[in-house]
Design a binder for this molecule. Structure first.
Ligand code: FCB
Length: 475
């Protein structure tokens, strides 16, 4: 089975995605303030190899070349994020004009190359001044986010039509304030669910601000969703699946799409009373959206842990609240270099999950991709594993469309190798290889395959992609 672009509607959006802190570098340039990731990077042992946001991909200075590269790949859209601390160095107050000018120039350059800008307002780089006031555990941070959203809409609304408020509030709350493996590295237990609520409230206020400033804007939210299966049909394993599906998926999908938190998850977390007190906020959180963005990477097969077992390892490392009650089962499926099982069919599952709650809502895959330990040999990166992963998931998009799901686009994570959070520069997800010493970009085989698929000028006609066998997973 081979993926062909002609199997998709002509208006289907094909893009690549990145995030500000992961690619920009220039963390002190033009009045940018410190973010929680700058601070976290200084904590000994927090990030692999002591890596920081410098130089990353030096994209702040090289963005013109990077946009030209995207045009050569043949993408029609680019999802980037705006760094809040470039716009409001302290998280409050007026716009820092130099910061806004960068995103304006980036957007104009994209438009000049026929690439539609998709701007995410928050991809995890909270201004450190707001974290000093308790970050997302503090309700006021949601108000601050709403104001920031309004400033960006005013500053870029004439060049950007497509907006995503937050990227993966699950990570910001449960990894940032629960397990502590992400910035700001706090471990407040089940109160991390309150951080999630403030993020979602911020999302709702951000939607209001975007709509007030740009009534015709296309506005959505991006969630990371997981396909979840129980290891067996035993009541205990079924309940483990309920718990982790609740924490990973329903806890975010349901308030946003249906206006109510799942009561079973609140009970599991011991948070029922606190959430009752803020229940009026769900009217703001459930503001109508124009689309939902879904980041899909992997699935969980879960079991109830045997009595007395020590279960470390939620989906992304150490336990976060609730995850310690679930055991992730190794089915023997192939994994990426992140250790994430490869399961393209799960992408259809998560699309169905969202579609079941809101059948009228357009859906986009706003991230999907894989890490592999790439090497440059004779100026080339033969990343057949990543190419295969990409094609398998593009085929899953096609399967979703055949099932009538309202999928409207796909963004590959990532345009280029970058700072992979707690993994520093040790995990590469790019379609384009980056040499961090020289900043040299090398389009990988996966990138050339994507260009062939899209009809871009970087297509590698000399070595056509190996067709995939119809069965995409061996277990
Ligand atoms: C997602 C993040 C993105 C990137 C990928 C691999 O959770 O949104 O920034 O790190 O994982």
């Amino acid at each position: 089975m081979t993926a062909h672009r002609s199997h998709f509607p002509p208006e289907f959006v094909w893009g690549t995605a990145t995030a500000s802190f992961q690619i920009e570098g220039a963390t002190d340039a033009d009045g940018r303030g410190p973010s929680i990731w700058d601070a976290f990077a200084r904590v000994p042992g927090a990030i692999a190899d002591g890596a920081t946001g410098e130089p990353a991909d030096d994209h702040y200075r090289r963005f013109r070349d990077d946009v030209a590269l995207m045009a050569d790949l043949g993408v029609t859209a680019y999802r980037f994020s705006v760094a809040w601390p470039r716009i409001q160095p302290d998280g409050t107050g007026p716009t820092n004009a130099a910061g806004m000018a960068f995103y304006r120039e980036l957007s104009e350059t994209l438009l000049a190359h026929g690439i539609t800008p998709w701007a995410t307002l928050y991809h995890w780089d909270l201004p450190q001044s707001l974290e000093d006031r308790d970050g997302w555990l503090e309700r006021d941070t949601a108000q601050r986010f709403g104001e920031y959203a309004g400033l960006v809409a005013d500053g870029l609304g004439d060049v950007v039509d497509h907006w995503i408020t937050l990227n993966e509030p699950w990570c910001s709350s449960f990894l940032g304030y629960g397990s502590g493996v992400h910035a700001p590295g706090r471990q407040v237990g089940a109160r991390s669910a309150q951080a999630a609520h403030h993020l979602l409230l911020g999302h709702g206020l951000g939607v209001q601000a975007l709509r007030a400033a740009r009534p015709r804007a296309t506005v959505g939210l991006t969630l990371n969703l997981y396909s979840v299966q129980p290891a067996s049909q035993s009541p205990a394993d079924l309940d483990a699946a309920r718990r982790i599906d609740g924490l990973s998926n329903r806890f975010f999908l349901e308030p946003v799409l249906t206006g109510a938190y799942p009561q079973d998850v609140l009970a599991d977390l011991g948070q029922t009373r606190w959430f009752e007190e803020v229940s009026a906020d769900t009217a703001v959180i459930a503001a109508p959206l124009d689309f939902l963005g879904i980041n899909y990477y992997s699935r969980h097969v879960v079991a109830d842990p045997p009595l007395g077992a020590t279960v470390l390892g939620g989906p992304a490392g150490p336990a976060y609240p609730g995850s310690e009650t679930v055991q992730m089962v190794d089915t023997g499926a192939p994994r990426t270099f992140m250790g994430w099982p490869i399961h393209p069919e799960g992408m259809v599952d998560v699309l169905q999950m969202a579609h079941a709650l809101r059948p009228d809502l357009p859906l986009y895959i706003t991230e999907n991709g894989s890490a592999y330990p790439d090497v440059v040999v004779d100026g080339a990166v033969e990343d057949e594993d990543r190419r295969r992963y990409l094609e398998q998931h593009v085929l899953a998009c096609s399967a979703a469309l055949q099932q009538g799901l309202p999928l409207r686009g796909y963004f590959a994570w990532s345009l280029m190798d970058n700072f992979e959070w707690a993994w520093g520069y040790s995990r590469r997800f790019g379609l384009v290889h980056v040499d961090y010493d020289t900043q040299q970009r090398t389009v990988k085989r996966s990138g050339r395959w994507f260009a062939s698929f899209l009809g871009g000028s970087l297509a590698d006609a000399a070595s056509p992609a190996t067709p995939l066998a119809p069965t995409t997973e061996q277990e």
